[in-house]
Ligand binder design. Structure first.
Ligand code: UDP
Length: 246
């Protein structure tokens, strides 16, 4: 497969066109950013790790009937995906209070939520990805009422799957961010990635230790050290869980 033009370079991935107009190639980078790209660095091997984790999780979701943009993995750091028009929303699902939810509401870190919370943020770096109300989302015409309903339903289904799957890896799913896109038939597909860059993941058996438990990008955000090891550990556990199932 010959790689063609670079279409877009984001913080974590480069997107290339391919010879097929409906197929794109996502190349996962080792670059890491946080706090709206004010903090920059490199996490060794992150591209391969996040591409592999995302590929495995997308395959599992597809097997459950959840449509994703995933096609295949031609190289360890590359994913072929269906071309979609990204809905400019960052869809966050939370099971346990952390990050901006704690900062903005005063809820204590680690508070277990009675039911999963789905939130929408405006995917707009210039504005700093602000939290949206349902009315603002509709006002800005970022999605239709029906699309919001579909996305909310999908986000909760994905949360249920991920929670159960990661529990088998001895990992607690605290929260995560999803992005969705529309294909040429206006079908909503799960897009982007699911990885330690986009999820908060706690080592269940270390849950009482605020340092040891963190297996995600918070290690980079907060200079906690051992970032690569944490990402590798998540990958190892996911591969083991996938293997033991097959
Ligand atoms: N998240 C993400 N990209 C973003 C913002 C958040 O992947 O641009 C993820 C983040 O890793 C966490 C969840 O979404 O798993 C909720 O993040 P939060 O709103 O608490 O913001 P943060 O504290 O990470 O800035």
């Amino acid at each position: 497969m010959s790689v063609q033009t670079k279409l877009y370079e984001g913080k974590a991935k480069v997107i290339y066109s391919t010879e097929e107009p409906e197929i794109l190639l996502a190349d996962f980078k080792d670059d890491a950013t946080a706090f709206n790209a004010q903090k920059r660095g490199t996490i060794q091997n992150k591209g391969v790790i996040n591409c592999t984790i995302s590929s495995k999780l997308f395959q599992e979701l597809e097997a459950l009937g959840i449509k994703t943009h995933y096609i295949d993995t031609p190289a360890p750091h590359q994913m072929r995906v269906k071309a979609v028009k990204i809905v400019p929303l960052e869809v966050v699902v939370r099971n346990i209070a952390a990050g901006s939810l704690c900062q903005q509401t005063g809820l204590a870190l680690g508070t277990v939520l009675k039911k999963p919370l789905v939130e929408f943020y405006y995917k707009n770096d210039q504005l700093g990805d602000p939290l949206l109300t349902h009315e603002r989302l509709l006002l800005l015409e970022l999605a239709t009422v029906e699309q919001v309903e579909t996305i909310t339903h999908l986000a909760l289904q994905i949360n249920q799957f991920l929670r159960d799957f990661l529990a088998r890896c001895d990992i607690t799913l605290v929260d995560f961010k999803l992005e969705f896109g529309l294909d040429s038939q206006q079908q909503i597909l799960l897009a982007d990635e699911i990885s330690p860059d986009t999820c908060r993941l706690w080592d269940t058996s270390q849950e009482t230790d605020p340092n040891l438990r963190v297996l995600d990008k918070d290690r980079f955000r907060k200079d906690m050290g051992n970032v690569e090891n944490a990402y590798q550990e998540v990958l190892n556990r996911i591969l083991k869980a996938v293997e033991s199932k097959n």
